[in-house]
Ligand binder design. Structure first.
Ligand SMILES: [Zn+2]
Length: 341
């Protein structure tokens, strides 16, 4: 696994096709699962807003007809699966693979598991699911005065093949990451600082000027947040923009950088490893999409269940059972959790 900025917590997705098939044996199982994820307190008509048990059709799981206005509501309307005839179970398997990001798994094993005849379908599905990760996370990170965000910038190497020795399509990536602090509950972590990464934001910037870097911070970090950077002039005006700014005199000393900006350096290192390993070098024109995909995965690495639902197009304010609640017992969940990244 590439994204290893400290623990990822549990990884509760079915790890094999047989396990997955036990959990989601047929279309009805998938539909009933989606139904509970979408309407934890029971069906509500999309058209007239009426609650109440709808008409159901044995041959069309996932379609509900309102007893009040007689119109149909589809579980997958407006999602990536909309207007396709691919079975829900196939979408589920694809989304769980993409969400759990086992390296290489989604691209290679999924089509094989579907069978040769459906090779093209598999790639279309994976393509659509990946496209779902390319929508950027928009809201600004940080926000509370006690929250700390580390920010820095790094060069990401582009393709060098055929370009001659020493010539690189290097591009500049700016990054900001929330620094979270683990509660000291165990003596096992004595040697660690207890710091780990919260949400991350990444963007291509044209240069290291105050306009570029300051603009990135303005757009991605909420004012009032405490920001730690090095003492590069590009960050010098952050306190004038409403941030509580700490500039560390790093002067090219990696040890100083690793002491004061450890989390963002770890994020950059993970990003570069992932780009190299997964995409074998990425051309600058495609890099923004890959940055968004990395950000999507990174920000949901503790909640693959949310990534899974988000990929299926079920997100936002939906109140859904958590994965644990869903599988711990066969009875309906008694509590629910708010979705979000
Ligand atoms: Zn209705």
């Amino acid at each position: 696994m590439v994204i290893d900025v400290l623990d990822r917590g549990d990884w509760p997705f079915p790890r094999s096709l047989p396990e997955f098939q036990r959990r989601f044996p047929d279309e009805a199982a998938c539909a009933s699962y989606l139904e509970r994820a979408r309407w934890s307190d029971g069906f509500i008509c999309d058209h007239c807003g009426s609650p109440g048990e709808p008409y159901r059709f044995a041959n069309r799981p996932g379609v509900f007809r309102c007893r009040h206005c007689n119109r149909d509501t589809s579980l997958t309307a407006g999602t990536v699966r909309d207007r396709t005839h691919t079975p829900l179970s196939v979408w589920f398997w694809a989304a769980s693979l993409v969400a759990s990001q086992t390296p290489g798994m989604s691209a290679v094993q999924f089509p094989r598991q579907l069978g040769r005849s459906r090779y093209e379908t598999a790639f279309q599905i994976l393509h659509k699911l990946r496209a779902g990760m390319v929508r950027p996370d928009q809201d600004r990170i940080g926000g509370k005065s006690e929250e700390v965000v580390e920010a820095d910038e790094t060069y990401v190497g582009g393709r060098t093949r055929g370009k001659g020795r020493g010539v690189h399509d290097r591009v500049l990536v700016a990054g900001a990451v929330e620094v979270r602090q683990r509660k000291r509950t165990s003596s096992l972590n004595k040697r660690k600082t207890g710091r780990y990464a919260g949400r991350v934001r990444l963007a291509l910037v044209s240069d290291r000027s105050a306009q570029s870097l300051g603009g990135f911070i303005d757009g991605n970090v909420a004012p009032g947040t405490t920001i730690i950077t090095d003492d590069w002039s590009g960050y010098a005006k952050l306190s004038e923009h409403g941030y509580s700014h700490t500039a560390v005199a790093e002067r090219g000393d990696m040890q100083v950088a690793e002491t004061f900006l450890p989390i963002i350096l770890l994020v950059f290192s993970n990003l570069k490893t992932w780009l190299r390993g997964t995409h074998h070098g990425v051309s600058p024109q495609h890099l923004p999409a890959y940055l968004n995909e990395f950000t999507f995965r990174f920000n949901r690495r503790f909640s693959p269940f949310n990534a899974f639902l988000s990929l299926l197009g079920i997100a936002g304010d939906v109140t859904a059972p958590t994965y644990a609640e869903l599988y711990a017992t066969k009875s309906p969940p008694t509590t629910s959790s708010k979705l979000g990244s």
